[in-house]
Write a protein that binds this ligand. Structure first.
Ligand SMILES: C[S@@+](CC[C@H](N)C(=O)[O-])C[C@H]1O[C@@H](n2cnc3c(N)ncnc32)[C@H](O)[C@@H]1O
Length: 204
């Protein structure tokens, strides 16, 4: 067992090697992680909100999940996180064990759309989540938001990564921002932190 911040630091080193292409990692094994400052923001928001029931869409090897688990465990909360790639799930489990956050996290293996559809049919998840991170494939991001919103409590927060970078996602993310801005049941801002974070609060 290692300190949670030692695990995060190790993953940050791995992530920057990947981003600078100093190591050649097959595309399906890349971490594609949020930045450290986004991790700090998520951790701070969870603390400010005293969030207890978190949903993450797109776990990868668990870097963002660990940042959130460090805060949510102190609130007595839990994270449900969705990931489709078995190799990444295996690495995430090792990272969770090393960071001593395994008991805070429940992994749902599978396609996000399928898992979210199943969740949305379950009464227990109606207005259940008070904190959500959307960070999987970008083509389906509007559908994910629409499926998740009824599962978010009033005052609950949805964070969406990659609003600005990488640039290849910009068109998809612009459509996403317009979609949320048109919804009068939420208030939303795009923050330039990290890769650009959409911070959305459910009003009613
Ligand atoms: C950007 S990475 C997530 C990074 C992670 N949130 C972090 O910051 O450490 C996106 C992840 O979503 C997963 N993913 C992509 N499409 C998915 C889908 N349709 N269902 C489930 N997982 C998916 C990918 O395998 C990848 O690991």
């Amino acid at each position: 067992m290692t300190n949670v911040f030692d695990v995060l630091e190790k993953l940050e080193k791995q992530s920057s090697l990947e981003k600078s292409r100093q190591v050649d990692v097959p595309s399906d094994e890349r971490m594609l992680a949020i930045t450290k400052e986004t991790g700090e923001l998520l951790n701070m928001l969870i603390r400010l909100k005293n969030a207890k029931n978190m949903l993450e869409v797109g776990m990868s090897v668990g870097y963002s999940t660990i940042w959130c688990a460090e805060a949510i465990s102190e609130n007595g909360g839990k994270i449900i996180t969705i990931e489709q790639n078995p190799k990444k799930i295996k690495r995430a489990k090792e990272n969770f064990q090393n960071a001593n956050v395994t008991n805070t996290i429940s992994i749902q293996e599978g396609l996000a759309m399928q898992v979210l559809r199943e969740f949305s049919l379950q009464e227990e998840y109606k207005e259940y989540f008070d904190f959500v991170l959307i960070d999987a494939d970008k083509e389906n991001v509007i559908e994910y938001f629409d499926m998740i919103l009824p599962m978010v409590s009033i005052g609950g927060v949805i964070i969406t990564d990659n609003m600005m970078y990488p640039e290849k996602y910009r068109e998809d993310m612009k459509k996403y921002a317009s979609h949320i801005q048109a919804n009068h049941n939420v208030r939303t801002i795009t923050s330039p932190i990290g890769n650009g974070e959409e911070i959305t609060v459910k009003l009613r």
